[in-house]
Design a binder for this molecule. Structure first.
Ligand code: 1YM
Length: 651
């Protein structure tokens, strides 16, 4: 055994090509951190935080502190054992130096059973070093304080490992400054780090995460004694729950399973968030399969056993999962960890199916037997979901039938001006605030590919009504029929008659409110449209600057105050300014050329797929504070590259 270890070590040591590896990371940062924009920048932080989290997961230390510094650096501190500082025999270098300057060094220095960073463990420290101006690492270990400093992407050991004196602390402090030559932005975002740490704290109950921002003086602590249960409570904070949050955990075939879930009324989505070894599995996988089949089987078995439904009336999984919020985590030993596809978004480990269902099935069946009132209500809700789904399917079929009778769209609503093309993917649906702007939009549109649906007044707030109520609402039933792809669990994006849904409102608070109400509808009932980035906000200009001597020919449109300053310069002396307060103030040509024409318009793509962010949005946006609302829309809406304007947004 010892010989094998030694042989492996020698093999590894021979592979160490110190500078080559760091340079490789700098040449192709995207391979390691995905991108060099703000998202990539924050990846550097996650890599270091993950190392501290791994330490905590393995039982060493229960507090992780992240501090955003004024000088553009950031530091991460844990209370674990401290990174090893002993001298590595083959190279004569301290272990910490190897850990920070070579890739693949993780395995050799760690015997972690479960690691956070999905097979990348040990690489993170080196990647962060390679992409930083400098990194300072302080280690408290064996009663001694150690320090080492790297500069220039790790290529220089600016201060070799040194002892700074005795201590009774233990842990690791890593402070680094990202290299502005690598990143398009080096500004750390409070919100981005806040959300990430909150998610980590939910997943790792009992570990305290502290975020401090020395730029603003803000600080925040996350500590969730009940972990996943509090995660679900936060996700459901704006909803009406049916029963309590259930929590089950256990271990089967060496896989540790933890799950919390709750059903809510008036929520027509399935909200399943899964993780494997603390890494989000966006595309699900075997653990989700196990969870779904256990829930379906337990609910049906209870209902049939209790005589609430007959054998022939078995409920579909999708009807049972309507309105279900669940957070599922599995810890899979490294040896068994498998992913499907390229992106590690889908767990492939076959044993996870049975491990999860073994933990969930018995526990849920038992819970239902013990809580009969809840069980009865739940089954009633599932049956109502089935009925609603069948009604929605009929509505969709009716819409399909109308399509065949060619004069379709006139039938849907006399307000809709349909697109002529049947090339649906290239068609755009403009949902327009007000009849007068709707009229201009109809005149100015590209009839082949652009359809216009004017809305009168404020749409219904779909957050606070049942699906039945929503379906009775003329505005929304028209939108559903116009899009033609169903609604709720029955929604099928393949059937959408439009590749882009564009919300066009005035640039004022009423307009922002209408946007929010429409987005709430799309989020609640046609979520795939948002997830696939098919929902947009139109951006009408705020000003038109013209030459007083030739207003019809010499003018520019301006979208914000910076544009306005440039516009004034461009037009020169003798300029006048039109300020557009609403879409209705533009004529058809103006509206078309500024807001609808593909070549000249600006669109923002709505990009909301983080559930925690969405719940925050709902409390902010449905509240009464219009300025918070506006701020949120500005922060969380992405300007789409394809549509000429780029604004990066962190999630
Ligand atoms: C703020 C960052 O890196 N903490 C940390 C890292 C490590 C250890 C302890 C550690 C691990 C082991 C033994 C072991 C290590 N990480 C790596 C690698 N905090 C931070 N605290 N002794 C200490 O796993 O056996 C190697 S050691 F490579 F994964 F980065």
């Amino acid at each position: 055994m010892a010989d094998i270890l030694k042989a492996e070590q020698e093999y590894d040591a021979s592979k160490i090509q110190l500078l080559g590896e760091l340079e490789g990371v700098r040449k192709r940062p995207g391979m390691y951190i995905g991108s060099t924009n703000g998202t990539g920048l924050h990846h550097l932080v996650w890599e270091i935080v993950d190392n501290g989290v791994d330490e905590a997961v393995n039982g060493y230390g229960s507090k992780i502190t992240v501090t955003i510094r004024k000088d553009g650096s950031i530091s991460v501190e844990d209370e674990g054992r401290g990174i090893p500082v002993d001298i590595h025999k083959e190279t004569g270098l301290p272990a910490i130096q190897i850990i920070y300057t070579t890739l693949h060094s993780g395995g050799k220095f760690s015997d972690k059973a479960y690691s956070t960073s999905a097979g990348l463990h040990g690489v993170g420290a080196t990647v962060t070093n390679a992409l930083s101006e400098w990194v300072d690492v302080t280690v408290w270990k064996n009663g001694e304080t150690y320090h080492i400093r790297f500069e220039d992407g790790g290529s220089k050991v600016a201060v070799p490992l040194e002892k700074l004196g005795p201590t009774n602390k233990h842990g690791t402090l890593v402070r680094f400054k990202p290299d502005p030559q690598i990143f398009s932005t080096v500004e750390f975002k409070w919100d981005t780090i806040f959300n990430h740490l909150q998610e980590s704290a939910f997943l790792l109950k009992g570990v305290k995460f502290v975020l401090k921002d020395e730029r603003s003086g803000n600080s925040h602590e996350f500590y969730y004694e009940n972990g996943l249960k509090e995660y679900v409570a936060t996700l459901d904070q704006n909803k009406t729950p049916l029963g309590d949050i259930l929590y089950f955990d256990g271990e089967a075939s060496t896989i540790k399973v933890e799950v919390a879930f709750q059903w809510c009324l008036q929520d027509y989505n399935e909200n399943l968030y899964s993780y494997a070894n603390s890494v989000r599995t966006k595309d699900g996988g075997t653990h989700e399969t196990g969870f779904k089949s256990a829930v379906t089987k337990a609910v049906n078995d209870w209902a049939i056993g209790a005589g609430v439904i007959k054998d022939s009336q078995k409920l579909d999984g999708s009807d049972i999962r309507e309105g279900l919020t669940a957070v599922l985590t599995v810890k899979v030993p490294e040896k068994k960890l498998e992913y499907e596809g390229q992106t590690k978004g889908k767990l492939g480990t076959p044993d996870a199916v049975n491990a999860v269902s073994a933990v969930v099935y018995d526990a849920l069946l038992h819970y239902m037997a013990e809580h009969k009132d809840f069980a009865v209500d739940l089954v009633a809700k599932c049956r109502a979901s089935r009925e609603a789904r069948e009604a929605a399917r009929k509505a969709k079929e009716a819409a399909r039938g109308q399509k065949k009778t060619s004069k379709v769209d006139a039938v849907i609503s006399d307000k809709l001006a349909a697109a002529q093309s049947k090339d649906y993917k290239n068609n755009e649906l403009f949902i327009v605030e007000g009849d007068s702007a709707g009229g201009s939009a109809k005149k100015g549109r590209d009839r082949l590919h652009q359809a216009i649906l004017p809305l009168r007044g404020k749409p219904l707030n779909t957050d606070s009504v049942t699906m039945q109520r929503m379906l009775q609402n003329v505005e929304f039933s028209t939108i559903i029929q116009t899009i033609g792809a169903g609604v709720g669990t029955d929604f099928d994006i393949e059937d959408s008659h439009y590749g882009k849904i564009i919300i066009m409102t005035d640039a004022d608070t009423d307009g922002a409110h209408i946007q929010t109400l429409l987005l709430t509808f799309f989020y609640n009932y046609m979520k795939p449209l948002i997830q696939k980035g098919m929902v947009y906000l139109a951006c009408p200009p705020l000003y038109r600057v013209y030459k007083k001597s030739d207003p019809a020919h010499k003018f520019v449109y301006c979208w914000d105050d910076k544009d306005l300053e440039e516009g004034k310069k461009k037009i020169g002396a003798g300029y006048g300014i039109n300020r557009y307060k609403g879409l209705g103030e533009m004529n058809a040509d103006q509206l078309a050329s500024t807001t609808m024409n593909k070549a000249t318009r600006r669109l923002v793509r709505v990009n909301i797929d983080d559930a925690l962010v969405v719940e925050k949005r709902i409390s902010v946006l449905m509240g009464n504070d219009a300025s918070l609302r506006k701020e949120w829309i500005q922060e969380n809406v992405v300007f789409n590259e394809e549509d000429t304007f780029i604004k990066e947004v962190e999630k």
